[in-house]
Structures are given as structure tokens and as C-alpha cells.
Design a binder for this molecule. Sequence first.
Ligand SMILES: *Cc1c(COP(=O)(O)O)cnc(C)c1O
Length: 380
Amino acid sequence: MNDILLMLPGPTTVHPRVLSAMSKAVVNHRGAKYGEILTETTELMSKVFQTPNNSYLLTGSGTAAMEAGIANTVAPGEKMLNVVGGKFGERFMKIAQAHGIDTQELAVEWGTAVTPEAVKEALDADEDIKAVSVIHNETSTGVAAPIEEIGKVVKNYDALYIVDTVSSLGGDYVDVEKFGIDVCLTGSQKCLAAPPGMAAITLSDDAWAAVEKIETNTFYLDLKAARKSGDKVPPQTPYTPSVSLTYAMNEALKMVMEEGIDERVARHHKAAKASVAAVKALGLELFADEAVSSATVTAVKMPEGITDDEFRGTTRDKYGVELAGGQDHLKGNIFRIGHMGNISYKELTQTFAAIGMTLKGLGVIDDAGAGVASIAESYL
Ligand SMILES: *Cc1c(COP(=O)(O)O)cnc(C)c1O
């Protein structure tokens, strides 16, 4: 039994209810039984996205939905604005480039958030921009973008609004309908707390109109095919889905609805606030601009004089808490605490105990308990 506490920005700890749902018999994916479970799961998905439109499940990780979201709605040669303030913003742009889209980067300093004004300026500067991509929660830097306000800007232009909510849906406030999001996508293993391997996507009428017009060069991720199969009675997927992961998503989404979306988001915000306070109590420095720091992951500067291996190796191997490192040029310079999914003060207490003991052991701090004391105060 793996008793390491995963405090990663995905995968997150999967609840036993979800694990046991996955152990149900695998059924024929072309039969009525699967049709029932698929219908129920996609309906739950649309509720969590907060959209009246249909949602589609894709067997693949979050990146599959990122690719589906772009490759089906923006044609090769068309112009697209990509907000890039971290690893995942970069990925969106690279996916667009792989599909021959004429990308335009709106570069944002890593650790800060894009502003609606900057998006407006970029759209004003080029009226041929057909789509805008934004990462809601830039997991690599621990920053949340103001997607509601950006939606109000994009609405005034003839451009699709494509938003990655892989590490925010079910953890931060996402309302696809209200925010005017045309393409919204997510993954199974982050705030929804299902195992990795499944993604979901929903499109507005405008986005579907774009899909109709363009000849996509994807095959596995062709959303016209997904829609055609999804419209069958009973609904299906074009190719064999992960039946077991569909059960898992179904159960995980039921758990989201039982908790209540607003309650779940509030729980994540509370965990984020408590984590930020505990980081400061330990004398550590946040990486992200605190005003825009994420509800689901906290990025922290690595203290001087210790290595990533020493630090994260000790929290994991000695104290049983797995934290995430930095990516790209942030590797070794930051560590990240994922507080998404089914977590509360219990997990945060254990996490900050591990961080405090590790830092004291490495001679960085004197008071190993300052983080834990702070968590206790936050939750009192
Ligand atoms: C995790 C993540 C993804 C997708 O990653 P996969 O490894 O393909 O599941 C995409 N965007 C963001 C913001 C993420 O955090």
C-alpha cells in the first residue's frame, strides 16, 4: 500500500469510493448500459462546467482535450492569440503551432497574471485574431488568470474564447455560460480527484459553428465524430473509451455535486489561504504574486542553500509527503504544494509538518512547527 500523501497538482489522492467504482465489471461500450453511464457522466460534467451545452469525454490526459479544443475550432493559417505565462500556456501555443495555426504570443511574466486590458490591446491590434487561449490556473507558476473579466473583453470581438480549466474546475470558480467561454476543457486527475487518463470538453454554439466550417487534421480527437457518436441512442464514443475511467469520473463528479460546487470551491480557497499563511509563517517566500495566487496550487521559492533533491526527497522519503518541483527554468528554484481534490486541514497539517521538519533538519529554520501552528489557526 502506497501511503505517500500526494500533494501534487495532479494526480491527486483518489477517494476509495471512486476506486471501488472503477472495479465494476467492464461492459460493452456499444451497449445500453454504457450509454446510461455515459449520459449520466456527461450530464454531470456539464453541471460542473456550468453550461447548458453538452460535454464530451475523451480517453486521454488533459492535453488531449487541449489539442481537441484548438485543432477542431481554429483552422491552419488562422490567427490565434495565446496567453503564455507558464508551462501550460506554452503548451497551448505549441499545440496550435503543431496544427499550422498562426500563433501570436501574449507573454506574461511567470508568476504574474495576464490582465484583461492586455488581452484587449492585443485584440485591438489585430482584427484577424480568430481565437484566444487562456490557462485559467497556470499550474507551473501557481497563478490564476481573471477568466471572467477576460471573457467580458473577448465577447466584444469576433474571436473564440478557449479556456483550459484542467487544474481549476472543481477547485476554483468556473462558470462556462456566465464567463462566455466557447471552448472549456479539463482533466480527470486534478481538482476532480479521479485517476489520470480522462479529459472532458464542452463547446458553445459559436465554437460548434467553427467546427462545422473547418477541416480538422486530427482523427482520434475529431469532435465532429465525438458529437455524432454522442448523439446516438444510446450515446457512444467514436472509439473504445476507458469504461473503468468513465465509472471513476461518474463517481468523482457525484462527489463534487454532493459536496456542492460552491462549497468545494470555498474549501479550495480556504486551503490556498491557509497554505499561503503557513508558507509565510515558516519564513518562506511565495513565487507567485499573492494577489493572483492560485486556489489549487501554491508555488514557493526554494530556500537558499538547499537543493530540490534534498528538500523534496526528504519530505517524501522521510516524512511521506510528495510535493511537486518546478518546471523548466524554475526547476530547483521553486517547489509546489498541490492542494486540490479531497484535501483539508488534515492533509495540510501533515504537509506543513513534513516541510517544517525537513527545513529544520536541513538547518534552514529553527521552528519546525510554525507552519502547522499557522494551519491550525487558519482552520480554527
Ligand atoms: C495538468 C495540466 C494539463 C494537462 O496535463 P496532462 O498531463 O495532459 O493531464 C493542462 N493544463 C493545465 C493547466 C494542467 O495543470
